[in-house]
Structures are given as structure tokens and as C-alpha cells.
Design a protein. Structure first.
Length: 314
């Protein structure tokens, strides 16, 4: 498998966690084909945490990269034109260009986001919208995938985005393996609105995570709103409200995404017929599975299996 070169571009004032996320996820390991280099304009870069870091690469490595990732940074000063030109050139050459958190401001300054949808940390959404009117700002998402240009919302949403990229490149099994190693969710539903400060929950309210975990082990069974609410010991109305507050999505949409995730794993790791995969993941029929695959992934189960059966370790 050909090596895929990833350049993580650290600007002065880089947020250490934003930088560490892609460096960890795309670090060379047996199940991936990534070669990652942390790059900067200078050998030493200041961080928002009060310490400096030493980098291995410069703009030459950025130019040679297949994927360029710009982590968040503060203050949001305009980077040097030479760096913006390199990012614009990468975009023009069809390279994948990615931002985490406020790194979106760098991509926007380079013109990479013009005419596209993008997101950033919820604190800075208004600033991005005001300063770059050519960008359509998505305000309640964890990340935006525009093909070769991807942006994530604040900080830990970089985990969601990087795992999404691995899932695109190598399939759900590899992405899930990496997520387990990070002790992170392979896929989170909803948007960043669920993390914006809100009134404190009523004392005694418990998380619905136990019900979600229970459901994940029973995806092949009929799981209606009534069944889920009964497991949580709540009325359907209260369960719906609490679930949406916690996850940013509805119970039925969450179930659909979970079932599609299981279907992807089954297609990658088994030779079961499509109709059995549909039954085992809870989508019922092969026709229903094909419908949701087309809507969510713009492909068919058979084409998906054919794509990832060659790249997924057994």
C-alpha cells in the first residue's frame, strides 16, 4: 500500500491538543499507511499552554504532503502570505486540506474555503462568518466534509474528523481499532450545540449512556422509541427530550447511524450476504440497507465491500 504523507502545520500559538490529535491518529502503525510530519515556519513553535515545541518539517514537507492539516491556534492573526500561498497551491493541486478548530481561519485566509461550507469552534463562528463572507458557515456540526477540504468544530471535534478521514481512507474497521486505542467513540452523533453552555441539569438527572450502550448490543432487534424509553425508565416524551439534549440528535437517527456503522463493519469483516448483513444490523432488508447506504455514503453495500476488502487487515 502506498504511503500517504500527512503534514500537520503548527502555527505560533498552536493549541497543543489540536496538534496532538492528528499526530496521534495518523501516526505510523501497522494498520495504516500514513507517514506524519509536524511542520512549522520556524524550528520552535510557541503553544497556548505556555511551552514551546520543536518540529521536524517546514514548508517543503507541506508542499510534498498528500494531506495538510492546520490545527487551531490563538490569537487569530493572519499568517504570512508565503504559508497561505502553499495552502492555496495544495488545494489547486488536488491535495486534501484539513483544519481543526480555529485552523479554519487559516484555510479561509488562503481562499481554500471560498464557496464551500465550513465550521470552527462555536466561540468563533460569528467571526468566521463576518470576516470571510465567501464561506458558508455550518454552526451546529462536529465537522464538515467537502471532499478534499474538511473542517472541524472545536478541539475534540478534531478526533471525530480525523477518525472520519481514516474511515474514508481505510474503512470502518481500521477507524474503530484506532478509536478503541484512544478510548474514544468511533463516531459521535449530533453537533457542537450540545456543548455550548446551557442551564445546569436538574439535580438527580442521570445520563442515558447506559440505554445507548444497551441498544448498541441489540441493534438487530426491533428498537422503537417506546422500547428505549422503557429501558431508561422514562416517558417517551421525556426520553426524546433528554436524548436530544445529550446527543444533539434524535433516538431514531442515532439508531440509524449506529446500524449503518455495524453494517460497514460486517461488510468489511465477513462474507455474509447483503440480506443477512441488513438483518444483523437491524435495517431489515437488503433493499432498505441499499437505500440508506446510498443516502448516507453515496455508494452501495457491494461497492463498499469491494473497496475496503482489499485495504482492511483481517
Amino acid at each position: 500500500m502506498a504511503v500517504h504523507r500527512v503534514a500537520v502545520l503548527a502555527l505560533d500559538g498552536v493549541t497543543p491538543l489540536d496538534l496532538a490529535i492528528p499526530a496521534q491518529i495518523f501516526n505510523a502503525r501497522p494498520e495504516t499507511h500514513y507517514e506524519t510530519t509536524v511542520c512549522a515556519l520556524d524550528a520552535k513553535v510557541a503553544t497556548t499552554a505556555g511551552f514551546a515545541l520543536v518540529t521536524d518539517g517546514g514548508l517543503e514537507q507541506v508542499r510534498a504532503a498528500d494531506t495538510v492539516i492546520v490545527p487551531g491556534y490563538e490569537p487569530l492573526l493572519r499568517p504570512p502570505q508565503a504559508l497561505l500561498d502553499v495552502l492555496a497551491e495544495a488545494r489547486d493541486r488536488g491535495r486534501r486540506v484539513v483544519s481543526i478548530c480555529t485552523g479554519a481561519f487559516v484555510l479561509a485566509a488562503a481562499g481554500v474555503l471560498d464557496g464551500l461550507h465550513a465550521t470552527t469552534h462555536w466561540r468563533h463562528l460569528d467571526d468566521l462568518e463576518r470576516d470571510f463572507p465567501a464561506v458558508t458557515v455550518d454552526r451546529d456540526v462536529l465537522y464538515v466534509d467537502e471532499g478534499d477540504v474538511l473542517t472541524s468544530a472545536g478541539v475534540c471535534c478534531g478526533i471525530d474528523l480525523c477518525l472520519h478521514i481514516v474511515r474514508r481512507d481505510l474503512g470502518a474497521v481500521v477507524a474503530n481499532q484506532i478509536a478503541r486505542g484512544l478510548v474514544a467513540a468511533p463516531h459521535r452523533d449530533g453537533g457542537q450545540a450540545q456543548y455550548v453552555p446551557a442551564p445546569v441539569a436538574v439535580a438527580g438527572q442521570a445520563s442515558l449512556s447506559a440505554t445507548r450502550g444497551w441498544a448498541l448490543h441489540r441493534l438487530g432487534e426491533p428498537l422503537t422509541l417506546r422500547v428505549l424509553a422503557r429501558h431508561a425508565g422514562l416517558s417517551q416524551r421525556t426520553f426524546m427530550r433528554r436524548f436530544t439534549e445529550e446527543t444533539g440528535t434524535t433516538p431514531l437517527q442515532w439508531l440509524l447511524n449506529a446500524r449503518l456503522g455495524k453494517a460497514r463493519e460486517l461488510l468489511e469483516t465477513t462474507d455474509h450476504p447483503v440480506d443477512r448483513v441488513a438483518r444483523d444490523c437491524g435495517l431489515g432488508t437488503a433493499a432498505n440497507l441499499r437505500l440508506h447506504f446510498r443516502r448516507a455514503l453515496d455508494t452501495t453495500p457491494t461497492a463498499y465491500r469491494r473497496t475496503f476488502e482489499r485495504s482492511t487487515p483481517r
